[in-house]
Write a protein that binds this ligand. Structure first.
Ligand code: FMN
Length: 198
């Protein structure tokens, strides 16, 4: 891998590591302009304290992405989980527009104020995580944003009383390689769960 150019390495890695969940990240700039962008290099970093991470590359012109700048300057972000009906809006919100453009508005998405932080959250999201910045770690060409989750908002029916998620309600959207996305409609139970009749 070390001898490959960045683009080839990227293509191999996004082919190897899929499907990937999508963090739809809302931040607010120092000037008070909200920002929204999707990130599929996204996972749980720690259960306790509850911490998630996203990996951020550079904009096409080489400048830092607004999400990284805002998270580092303001120390806050919300992460919403897009559903299958959000594909168009996810795509629109990934456009590399200027810092004065609010991609929530560009994508026609309503926001709500967060409870614990200034960054807004998506009103229609089935799940939103209110987060504060834990740290930013430079890894090679990119930056990891590690974010501690202060509060999780879930729409009715997404979790049951035992905190089990209902994917028929959440309908999470996943990122594959190239232009492809996926849903989780073909989920299959583990053989042990099948034997137990779950
Ligand atoms: C589904 C999807 C997933 C993406 N995942 C990432 C990612 O993991 N890391 C990244 O740096 N950019 C990713 N992008 C590109 C960013 O969303 C895009 O560069 C965006 O304009 C960044 O916005 P910002 O400068 O407002 O932060 C992704 C785009 C899409 C459509």
């Amino acid at each position: 891998m070390g001898t490959l150019d960045g683009d080839s390495a990227y293509k191999l890695l996004v082919g190897a590591v899929q499907p990937r969940p999508i963090a739809w990240v809302s931040t607010i700039s120092r000037e008070g302009i909200p920002n929204l962008a999707p990130f599929s290099f996204f996972t749980v970093a720690s259960r306790n304290p509850a911490t998630v991470l996203i990996s951020v590359t550079q904009r096409v012109d080489g400048a830092p992405k607004h999400t990284l700048v805002n998270a580092s300057e303001m120390g806050e972000l919300t992460i919403s989980i897009p559903g299958r009906g959000d594909l168009d809006a996810v795509q629109v919100s990934s456009e590399e527009v200027g810092p004065d453009v609010d991609e929530h508005q560009l994508a026609g998405l309503e926001t709500l104020p967060s409870d614990e932080i200034a960054a807004p959250r998506l009103a229609a999201a089935a799940i939103s995580l209110e987060c504060v910045l834990d740290r930013i770690v430079e890894v090679g060409s990119d930056h990891l944003i590690l974010a501690r989750v202060l509060k999780l908002h879930a729409a009715p029916g997404v979790f049951d009383a035992r905190h089990r998620v209902d994917n028929s309600v959440l309908q999470p959207l996943a990122r594959l390689a190239g232009p492809w996305f996926s849903t989780v409609e073909n989920a299959i139970p583990a053989p042990s769960a099948q034997r137990a009749g779950a």
